[in-house]
Design a protein around this ligand. Structure first.
Ligand SMILES: *Cc1c(COP(=O)(O)O)cnc(C)c1O
Length: 467
């Protein structure tokens, strides 16, 4: 027992954190530490290091929640020990998850709330995997029943979030991503249908593209697939990636049909931790009908003498995010969500007007309600400027603003855009502070022309990915 290492309790209580040997010498960073340290010292050390992470409220690149009510912080602390997979030990957390699924099925107009199937996930990425697997399994079952080959499945989408590239690679599916062209930065119905064949497991429109914030036309795609079925017999299902839009459109565009009101929409995923306003770590996937989720994907576990179906990639997972999602549903209701989201749209549109008025920028999405509360712009073709949007993003970062610049996917890699997300917690005053910095940055470049504008590779770090 190396007693000599121990100091008296009195010494430790009198310690000044920064005068302690823990903080006045460098701590080991990559070798597993030998000794114990005072919790206050270690806390201070970590607290200080995290200051360098930047300020999430000024991170206008992220779609994720960065402002939460004090009650949410409190509930998260109370739920720190709740494992949502342990439905036996924490039956009320399981019950709350199930209530959330039913509320979402209701919000998205599922035909019969009672037979709804769905679950929470860690986010839209896991939800997309589950939705995509159900598409693949259903297609394969149908093909097998017809005695046809099942070795070449494909999936059709527009400029999707990276999770669909992952899904297709991990599950061995050909991704047919509609290429973009001048004047069309999304998947249209014609472009989707033109790529469909007997090996198509589904079409995945995005309600709120990560690149621009625009909505892909789910209803037009669904109508076109109805016509395709009439003409050819091909019956191709739709899964909607509504990571952001599923918590916006139902409140600000209640009559806009993108969800289970369209019979061809078989499943929907959404990120609770984006416009669902829950803390980080929760997403949702809901199927229209139990028939749309093949039985052999579901694992059945016994709990409390009952039968609990589970479908997930993860096992243990924290329950707090689910509890706080439910808190938000109860706390805000349709009325509250509408007010919160309308405020985001109003602020986004005000910011878009001011950015347009600055001169060199052309607005691609102006925070209009047929899309996300996102402002997306590019440099005008004839803008007489001596900087790239990568320079502009780089300079704004000196004031703490993260305003990502990135190029569009194929075939518009030539188009470089910049984007801000207007989320809960973004006030008009905060917007004005951003706009002042944007104007000041333009003036800076006028006085100090950039000799060699930054390229995407040199700028690094930024992308569209919807983090
Ligand atoms: C954010 C996003 C995803 C990924 O969702 P996570 O919740 O971050 O896993 C997928 N699709 C779209 C359209 C997104 O915006």
């Amino acid at each position: 027992m190396p007693i000599h290492h121990r100091r008296s309790v009195r010494d430790e209580l009198l310690d000044d954190v920064y005068a302690s040997t823990d903080l006045s010498t460098a701590i080991p960073k990559f070798k597993f530490p030998e000794n114990q340290h005072d919790p206050r010292h270690v806390y201070s050390l970590l607290h200080d290091e995290l200051m360098l992470d930047g300020n999430s409220r000024q991170n206008l690149a992220t779609f994720c929640t960065t402002w939460l009510e004090p009650e949410v912080h409190q509930l998260m602390a109370e739920c720190v020990d709740k494992n949502m997979i342990d439905k036996d030990e924490y039956p009320q957390t399981a019950e709350i998850e199930s209530r959330c699924v039913h509320m979402l099925a209701d919000l998205w107009h599922a035909p019969d709330g009672a037979s709804t199937l769905g679950c929470s996930t860690t986010g839209s990425s896991e939800a997309a995997m589950l939705g995509g697997m159900a598409l693949k399994w259903r297609w394969r079952d149908k093909r097998r029943a017809e005695g046809k080959p099942t070795d070449r499945p494909n999936l059709i989408c527009g400029p999707v979030q990276i999770c669909w590239h992952k899904f297709c690679r991990y599950w061995d599916i050909e991704i047919r991503e509609v290429p973009l062209e001048k004047g069309r930065l999304l998947m249209t119905a014609d472009e989707a249908v033109a790529r469909c064949d007997e090996n198509t497991i589904g079409v995945v429109p995005t309600l709120g593209l990560t690149f621009t914030g625009q909505y892909e036309p789910v209803k037009a795609i669904s109508d076109a697939l109805d016509r395709l079925q009439k003409e050819t017999g091909l019956d191709i299902p739709i899964h909607v990636d509504a990571a952001s839009g599923a918590f916006l459109a139902p409140f600000v565009l209640p009559d806009y049909e993108w969800d289970f009101r369209l019979p061809r929409v078989k499943s929907i995923n959404a990120s609770g931790h984006k416009f669902g306003l829950a803390p980080l770590g929760v997403g949702w996937v809901v199927w229209r009908d139990p028939a749309d989720l093949p039985e052999d994907l579901i694992f059945r576990v016994n709990y409390l003498g009952g039968d609990m179906p589970t479908f997930a990639l993860n096992f243990s997972r924290p329950g707090g995010e689910i509890v706080c999602q439910y808190y938000n549903f109860l706390r805000l209701g349709r009325e509250g969500y509408r007010e919160v989201q309308e405020a985001c749209y109003e602020n986004a549109q005000a910011v878009a007007r001011d950015i347009a008025a600055m001169g060199p920028f052309e607005i691609i999405h102006d925070g209009g309600t047929f899309g996300l509360p996102v402002v997306c712009w590019t440099l005008k073709d004839d803008a007489a400027v001596n900087f790239s949007l990568y320079d502009y993003a780089d300079k704004l970062r000196t004031r703490g603003w993260l305003v990502p610049a990135y190029s569009m996917p194929a075939n518009r890699e030539d188009l470089v855009v910049q984007r801000i997300l207007v989320r809960h917690g973004f006030s008009r005053d905060l917007g004005d502070l951003l706009l002042e910095d944007m104007k000041r940055t333009l003036e800076h470049f006028e006085g100090h022309p950039v000799a060699t504008p930054l390229t995407q590779d040199e700028a690094g770090g930024y992308d569209h990915s919807g983090r």
